[in-house]
Design a protein. Structure first.
Length: 73
């Protein structure tokens, strides 16, 4: 990510599959469609909040990026 592709990379990171269209061909990255991989990273079958109106934030800090099958179309 750099100054040139920051906006499109940021948009792709929030592109939830099935809900928001992915971002195609981010400058400086391999060609393809990019989306958020949260559906597989967060284990959405768990209850992460105690109350219906609560919000859960997930932080995924790793030494390297390991794309899931939904990260690149």
């Amino acid at each position: 990510m750099n100054e040139t592709n920051f906006r499109t990379a940021l948009l792709a990171s929030g592109a939830i599959p099935v809900t928001i269209q992915g971002v195609d061909d981010i400058y400086g990255a391999p060609r393809g469609r990019y989306r958020d991989g949260g559906m597989i990273d967060y284990g959405i079958n768990q209850r992460y909040v105690f109350h219906d109106n609560d919000i859960a934030l997930f932080f995924n800090h790793q030494k390297r990026i390991i794309p899931g099958w939904m990260d690149n179309g």
